[in-house]
Design a protein around this ligand. Structure first.
Ligand code: PEP
Ligand code: MG
Length: 539
């Protein structure tokens, strides 16, 4: 038995035979022709590579499909092909030229130190490795699996994933890769164990066909495990499968009060990936997408086109479930250097959230346009406005919405208004006057994080004030109750989306006051569901 320890990249335990896939085997005897001929070979290999990628695309969708499409685009990228041609003219041969250009180009991207670009570098490497394999006459269908096995590879690339029969791939062990690379993201969503960063010795061809036991939680890998290790793994795998049946049941379970009324469990999310994970994890809807994340994103920016892409990806990731996007909530605990906002003596009580529309209307106008266009293209969404404290903030915001909407309808950019508008209840005045506000909106979402801060005059980020910061203080609960009653009176929906929604004792109190929708971080959902179901079934 040989034990390796790598980086855990996707949880789970499994045992199966090893299938070695190592692209780093070098030592090919390459015959180098004249640069003119090598260029022709390179061009032909690119055409074939693109055809192969197109075939793979027929079996993919969503983000995976986009990655393969990006690879095709990169194979036509002049900056990249020029680098390759320069190398070919140096008489190194087409395959070596692609290797050299690939290393240079990808290194440059990686050195920028941006996770997104470094991910793109691995996509480019994937496409170019295919071209090299074609030039070297190497088999590209390395992942033809005929029986259940654990793939031990140098790295698993996006195009490999499209080719792998997931019914047979029991786990991934790689020398390269990282927790965040695409293969491991997919492994986590499909529940396939994965360990990366394992010593390259494991790629020894003699290991092919040997048994391996792997633990995706700890990163431990045992090649030719001893009888005792096999017994331990069997036992743990049994326990795990019992646990996963329980988790699956919880994902599908519905929380009901002792009177049988449903309490929906929604997720708070930051981006499309987060949303997809939440839906997979049983979220009945997405109660809060914090759009200010766009200011921090390297993948999206604030242009109209980029925002439309972000919102449409979010809506699609929700797969038809209700989704609520919150308009930019910037300032106070979410400062943004790049906006160069005016310094204020007391930012939590300053021009944060919706109040920023008065000094930066253009930011809000573009967001409204992007939201209207996305909803028109993808279907109905909820949009809510944060930090409302006085009625004119709401009516001024809606006046801006009307202005933008009218223009878009007039020029034919949209054909309808597919947005249901709501507001956050996170200031005491909004809760106290919720009856009045209810006449203007379709739903309320109670932000207990801020509501608690403002009701109890306890800064949410000041640990010295922690003992005043109590989201179930009777004063906070009273305002929640008032809000629920106003919502009931006007027949509009109400949910709680502050952190305390994920706290069992707080959630019970909110439910007792009539709240029937709790929105929380997706990784908190199952635990709270379990406890609430237990609690209410005892009655
Ligand atoms: C809240 O205030 O409770 C809330 C959900 O919003 P945020 O934490 O983003 O201010
Ligand atoms: Mg808030």
């Amino acid at each position: 038995m040989v034990r390796y320890v790598g980086t855990p990249a996707s949880g789970g335990l499994t045992m199966a035979k090893i299938k070695i896939v190592n692209r780093r085997i070098a030592g090919f005897k390459r015959v180098v022709l004249t640069p003119h001929r090598e260029k022709a070979l390179f061009n032909a290999a690119v055409i074939l590579a693109k055809d192969e990628i197109k075939t793979l695309m027929e079996h993919t969708s969503g983000e995976h499909h986009d990655i393969l499409n990006f690879q095709i685009v990169m194979l036509d990228d002049e900056g990249l092909t020029d680098l390759i041609i320069i190398q070919i003219e140096e008489h190194v041969g087409a395959a070596r030229a692609v290797e050299l250009a690939m290393d240079e180009y990808c290194e440059r991207m990686k050195n920028i130190g941006d996770e997104y670009l470094s991910q793109r570098a691995s996509d480019i490497r994937d496409a170019l490795t295919r071209v090299i394999d074609i030039l070297d006459g190497r088999n590209r269908e390395r992942f033809v699996l005929t029986e259940p096995c654990i793939i031990v590879a140098d790295e698993i690339l996006p195009s490999d994933l499209a080719a792998i029969d997931r019914n047979f791939a029991m786990g991934f062990i790689t020398e390269g890769g990282s927790y965040h690379n695409h293969a491991n993201i997919i492994a986590r969503t499909t529940g396939t164990p994965s360990v990366c960063g394992v010593d390259s010795e494991i790629l020894n061809p003699l290991n092919d066909g040997k048994m391996v036991a792997m633990d995706g939680y700890t990163g431990e890998v045992f090649v030719s495990p001893s009888e005792e290790t096999v017994a331990i793994f069997r036992h743990k795998m049994n326990l795990e499968s019992r646990e996963s049946i329980k988790q699956q049941k919880l994902r599908e379970a519905v929380v009901r009060t002792s009177k049988g009324e449903e309490v929906a469990i929604y997720a708070n999310c930051n981006d499309p990936k987060d949303i997809a994970l939440a839906i997979n994890n049983g979220a009945q809807g997405i109660g809060l997408v914090r759009s200010e994340i766009l200011f921090m994103s390297t993948k999206y920016d604030l242009t109209l086109a980029s925002q439309i892409r972000f919102y449409t990806e979010c809506i699609r990731a929700a797969k038809g479930h209700e989704i609520t996007i919150r308009t930019f909530d910037i300032g106070a605990d979410k400062p943004l250097e790049r906006l160069e906002l005016e310094k204020e003596p007391n930012p939590a009580l300053g021009m944060r959230g919706v109040r920023l529309m008065y000094s930066r209307p253009e930011i809000f106008r573009i967001q409204i346009e992007a939201l209207l266009v996305s909803a028109d293209r993808c279907g109905k969404i909820n949009v809510m406005i944060p930090m409302i404290s006085i009625l004119s903030d709401l009516t001024d915001y809606f006046a801006m919405v009307e202005e933008v909407k009218e223009k878009l309808l007039k020029d034919g950019t949209i054909t309808s208004d597919n947005i249901s508008w709501g507001m956050m209840i996170e200031t005491p005045s909004a809760a106290l006057l919720s009856e009045e506000f209810a006449k203007y909106v379709n739903f309320f979402s109670i932000g207990t994080n801020d509501l608690t801060q403002y009701v109890l005059a306890a800064d949410r980020i000041n640990t010295n004030a922690a003992r005043y910061y109590n989201p179930v203080h009777p004063a906070v609960v009273k305002l929640i109750e008032m809000t629920v009653q106003s919502a009931e009176k006007y027949g509009i929906k109400v949910s709680v989306c502050g952190e305390s929604a994920a706290d069992f004792e707080s959630a019970k109190i909110y439910i007792d006051k009539g709240v029937r929708c709790l929105s929380m971080a997706q990784n908190a959902m199952l635990a709270i569901k379990e406890r609430l179901i237990d609690e209410f079934s005892e009655f």
